[in-house]
Every structure is written in C-alpha cells, then in structure tokens.
Design a protein around this ligand. Structure first.
Ligand code: HEC
Length: 107
C-alpha cells in the first residue's frame, strides 16, 4: 500500500515537472509549429507549394493581402493546400502568426 502511494506521488511530481517545462516554452512559437507542420511542404516546395524563402512567390501572394492569405490557410486552397495546413490544434490567431513568420522569412 505504502509503495503504491509513493508511486502515485512520484507520478504526480513528474507530471507537474513536465507541465512546467511546457509552460517555460512560453507563448505559442510560430517558428516551431511551422517546422513541425508546414515545413514538410513549404520548406521543400512539395506539391508546388510556395517555398518559404522564395521572395517573388511571396511578394505575389502578399498582393492579395494578409487577410486573404490567412483565410486561405484556414479554409485550404485549390484542394492542394490542406485546411489549417494540417495543424488541427492551431487557432486562427496562431495560423496568422505562422503565415506572418513565413512571409517575414521570405521577403
Ligand atoms: C500538404 C502540403 C502543405 C502543407 C502541410 C501546408 N501547405 Fe500551405 N500550401 C500548400 C500548397 C500546395 C499551396 C499553394 C496553393 C495554391 O496556390 O494553389 C499552399 C499555399 C499556402 C499559402 C498561400 C495562400 C494564398 O492565398 O496564396 C499560405 C499562406 C500557406 N500555404 C500557409 C500554410 C501554413 C501556415 C501551413 C502550416 C500550418 C501550411 N501552409 C501547410 C501546401 C501545403
């Protein structure tokens, strides 16, 4: 009985420790999320996606306005850009932050 209690306490401690590590990462990290989800296409040009770093490509896209780019990210585009860029957990605001990061990294 006693050892089981200790195990429970140890688990609770580990959980608390890992949660506090996550909290230390601070607010939403657009770059990290970009690397984890969007990079598979936008870092490689896969499926003819606009590659991050391709200045002309992103200048033309920015011509539509940031709001349109964010809307197309949320809804998906032409059946090849998946809705939310496959980041189901991302909020609209977070997706906007990632698009902003992608544009800033390209221009
Ligand atoms: C499966 C590949 C794939 C993934 C993953 C992906 N994209 Fe895309 N994305 C595309 C393709 C392809 C296009 C070009 C669509 C077109 O112009 O027809 C595109 C276009 C875009 C555009 C330009 C929209 C416009 O109006 O011109 C933005 C912004 C964008 N993606 C953001 C993101 C973000 C942010 C993520 C990650 C959260 C993401 N994408 C993940 C394939 C992908």
């Amino acid at each position: 009985m006693a050892s089981k209690t200790h195990l429970t306490i140890a688990c609770a401690f580990l959980l608390a420790a890992s949660l506090s590590v996550a909290a230390e990462d601070g607010p939403f990290d657009a770059e990290q999320t970009y690397k984890a989800t969007c990079f598979a296409c936008h870092g490689t040009g896969a499926a003819h996606s606009p590659e991050v770093g391709d200045q002309i490509e992103w200048e033309i896209r920015m011509g539509k306005g940031m709001d349109t780019l964010v809307q197309n990210t949320i809804a998906g585009l032409n059946g090849i850009m998946p809705p939310r860029g496959l980041c189901e957990a991302c909020s609209d605001e977070q997706l906007r932050a990632i698009v902003d990061f992608m544009v800033q990294s390209s221009l």
